[in-house]
Design a protein around this ligand. Structure first.
Ligand SMILES: Cc1ncc(COP(=O)(O)O)c(C=O)c1O
Length: 434
């Protein structure tokens, strides 16, 4: 990690979200992180170029693999999540694919929560099958289901801290414990919680992935993703020759033996990012860094607003099944108290009376909430998952993801909460009037 956190003093989250991974540019004194809009870097001499490409020395080679602006973003996320390092990608979906590609081979098997973002369900169901990787979906709340799903070829568990859009909260410590009993890593998508509300690594997760597109960026401007690793998983435990054995894709390099704590991340960068090529642009990294400077402040407001909007809906006769895990009535309350003491995020769903027509009517009649396919913007967002984000899912998969015909998903922004409630109230009034 950077010198910044090697000092004896432990800096707080709010300080690290502003400073981690960066010091003013030594050449110019620039205080903001400079945007290094360059594809490549002039080498000092042939020997140092060779050392970089051999991974004997760490230095900039080509911006598909590394870039100084992107590196600050990676360091900052790793720092806030408590990881050993991080690798950024052009989207959240690229980040999670790369996290898995790095540790999978054809014939392997993944156990995944059935309550995931619809795009992740599609990716796992179709892309993994093309790679000849088997998949078992499990109810994330059922510890025995995780345990029973493990086979000799299983290579990872995958789940979301807070499920999209069902609002289920993962019992991270329990599921990580089961993964570790079987010498498997737990991969957690922490997009909805952000490291401000929950740091899965502190509870035993081994790899944390993010769609930075959402709350990390926070302003709906850029698509990006990032993978961070705890750095404690033993990739030489016999189950992961693909990480531990000499790699044919990197002239026989043994990533875990050579780089230890950073072995998996080095392979993720030097092979997977090199070969799949989904690199984050320096400009988007800059925008994510801008967003992250206010992460804690925005999240405090997001969760306070979400709590009030959820309470309003729970009391409304036209709303049912309000899935906000922060509600006192939620079955997830004990898990929220344990894993999300600062708040249960700001994305949840509810069922609007009148089924599909009711849900769509509500969306037609809101004026302040924006109807679009994103979450985690400072502006409040609304969508009808069954006809959009979760459209490709079968009825069974919709049910597992907590999506019914009248389900509406909200991403509660940071506006005046009275205005958000006023808008929902008037739109629900129009739904009632037919
Ligand atoms: C929980 C979650 N994970 C991953 C993704 C994929 O991220 P991206 O859209 O940045 O590829 C999304 C997108 O909505 C998401 O909600």
């Amino acid at each position: 990690m950077t010198e910044f956190i090697e000092q004896a003093h432990e800096f707080g989250f709010e300080t690290r979200q502003l400073h981690a991974g960066q010091r003013p540019d030594p050449n110019t004194g620039a205080r903001a992180v400079p945007i290094f809009q360059t594809t490549s870097y002039v080498f000092e001499d042939p020997e140092s170029a060779a050392a970089y490409f051999n991974l004997q020395e760490y230095g900039n080679t080509y911006s598909r693999i590394m870039n100084p602006t992107v590196a600050v973003f990676e360091e900052r996320v790793a720092n806030l999540e408590g990881g050993s390092g991080a690798v950024a990608f052009a989207s959240g979906i690229a980040a999670q694919a790369a996290a898995l590609f790095t540790l999978l081979e054809p014939g392997d098997h993944v156990v995944a929560s059935a309550a995931l973002y619809g795009g992740t369900v599609n990716q796992f169901k179709h892309l993994l099958r093309k790679m000849n990787v088997e998949l078992t979906w499990v109810d994330p709340d059922d510890a025995d289901a995780w345990r029973k799903a493990v086979g000799a070829n299983t290579k990872a568990f995958f789940a979301e801290t807070i499920g999209n859009p069902g609002g289920n909260v993962l019992d991270i410590e329990t599921v990580a414990g089961i993964a570790h009993e079987h010498r498997l890593p737990l991969i957690v998508d922490n997009t909805f919680a952000t490291p401000y509300l929950c740091r899965p690594i502190e509870w035993g997760a081994d790899i944390v992935v993010h769609s930075a597109t959402k709350f990390l960026g926070g302003h709906g401007t850029s698509i990006g993703g990032v993978v961070t690793e705890a750095g404690t998983f033993d990739w030489s435990n016999g189950r992961f020759p693909v990480v531990a054995d000499p790699s044919p894709a990197y002239h026989g390099l043994q990533f875990h033996e050579t780089f230890g704590t950073y072995g998996y991340l080095m392979k993720l960068r030097a092979e997977t990012l090199r070969d799949l090529g989904g690199a984050l642009s320096p400009f988007n990294a800059f925008l994510f860094l801008q967003g992250m400077e206010t992460l804690s402040l925005r999240m405090e407001r997001h969760v306070a607003n979400a709590q009030q909007v959820a309470a309003f809906l729970e009391a409304h006769p036209l709303a049912s099944r309000v899935s906000y895990p922060g509600l006192p009535s939620s079955g997830y309350r004990p898990l929220v108290d344990k894993y999300l003491p600062l708040g249960a995020g700001a994305v949840f769903s509810f069922d609007c009376a009148g089924g599909r027509d009711g849900g769509q009517d509500l969306i037609r009649n809101v004026t302040l909430w924006s109807h679009l396919a994103n979450v985690g913007d400072a502006k409040s967002l609304i969508i009808h998952p069954a006809s959009t984000t979760h459209r490709q899912l079968s009825d069974e998969e919709l049910q597992a993801a907590g999506v019914g015909p009248g389900t509406v998903r909200l991403s509660v922004g940071t506006e005046s909460v009275q205005d958000l409630i006023w808008d929902l109230e008037q739109a629900l009034g129009k739904v009632a009037a037919g």
